[in-house]
Design a protein around this ligand. Structure first.
Ligand code: NAD
Length: 282
């Protein structure tokens, strides 16, 4: 079998256009504020891409760039000010933060209603309880891609590789909510290859270049590769050996051009959800 490639760029463009049209139709201009601490080049690129997409969608976007030596109390003050600012619908604190700042303390300081990254414990709790509100952007993008590909999830055997709070755990919760039978595998899982081979839907979020080989894939499986790894030669690759896996899968996402673009589109979707909820829309 040669897999059909799920085009994340096209899906993301459609989602961004739909979100922009919905905001316009509702007569609202959602406000997104991104906070970045320090000058990590990759983080700066991510932030620029996010705010550019927000502006293109007609959102009000602001970036607050703070120096790397910003103290935790000073950052918490900024968050408190944004929480209280009625013009701000969504707050995104770009991660990772400098080591001297406790990430969890910052996440917990966010107004959960403005937590468009879906990382606040209240939002994580709603998701774990099966009543998702603001859901982390990358997992949300994974689910949109599965829906785009028309993959039937109810009753399907799904394996999620990686159990981070940012990706693996929320993906597992969303798949459970969609009635899949979910296995959450990780670095301590015995015989990872055998677990993967059982998967009708395989979502991989580990951060190890091409860890998942072609013979780990069941014939006809759907493979969603969240990983982004830069090889020594500068090439970006996923956590799945794409060419090998595509021989056996029915559907597969590429890297780049798969899940990556969906993360930003989902951020806009979350910002619109937050904006509507704060304005009392159903
Ligand atoms: P993380 O480091 O927080 O978590 C990795 C998980 O993988 C852990 O749960 C760990 O148990 C598991 N793991 C590590 N080594 C393993 C192994 N050898 N076998 C099985 N499991 C193993 O990473 P993360 O934040 O979840 O990100 C994972 C990958 O996804 C990274 O490559 C990251 O760059 C990428 N990512 C992409 C996007 C996107 O927008 N496409 C967003 C977030 C993360």
């Amino acid at each position: 079998m040669s897999a059909a490639v799920i085009d994340g760029r096209a899906a993301a463009a459609r989602l961004r256009a739909r979100v922009a049209a919905e905001a316009r139709g509702a007569g609202i201009v959602p406000g997104l504020t991104v906070v970045i601490v320090g000058d990590d080049p990759a983080s700066r690129v991510y932030v620029r891409n996010k705010t550019k997409a927000a502006a293109t969608a007609g959102f009000r976007e602001t970036t607050i760039a703070l120096p790397a030596e910003t103290s935790e109390p000073a950052l918490l003050q900024v968050i408190a000010r944004l929480n209280a600012d009625d013009a701000v619908d969504g707050i995104l604190v770009q991660l990772p933060l400098p080591k001297h700042i406790r990430t969890q303390a910052v996440i917990e300081a966010l107004d959960p209603a403005k937590d468009v990254d879906g990382l606040h414990p209240l939002n994580a709790g709603h998701l774990a309880g099966g009543h998702p509100r603001l859901v982390p952007c990358t997992p949300k993008g994974v689910m949109t891609l599965l829906a785009e590909a028309g993959v039937a999830l109810a009753g399907a055997r799904a394996v999620v590789l990686g159990r981070s709070t940012l990706v693996g755990r929320p993906v597992a919760a969303l798949l459970t909510g969609a009635d899949a039978t979910v296995t959450l595998a990780h670095s301590r899982t015995r015989d990872l290859a055998a677990e993967c081979r059982r998967a009708e839907v395989l979502v991989v979020a580990v951060g190890r270049a091409e860890l998942v080989r072609g013979d780990w894939i069941a014939e006809g499986a759907t493979v969603i590769d969240v990983g982004i790894n830069r090889r020594a030669d500068g090439r970006l690759v996923g956590d799945v050996a794409f060419a090998e896996a595509a021989e056996r899968a029915a559907w597969i996402t590429p890297v780049p051009g798969g899940v990556g673009p969906m993360t930003i589109a989902s951020l806009l979707e979350n910002t619109l959800i937050a904006a509507k909820a704060r304005r009392g829309f159903a």
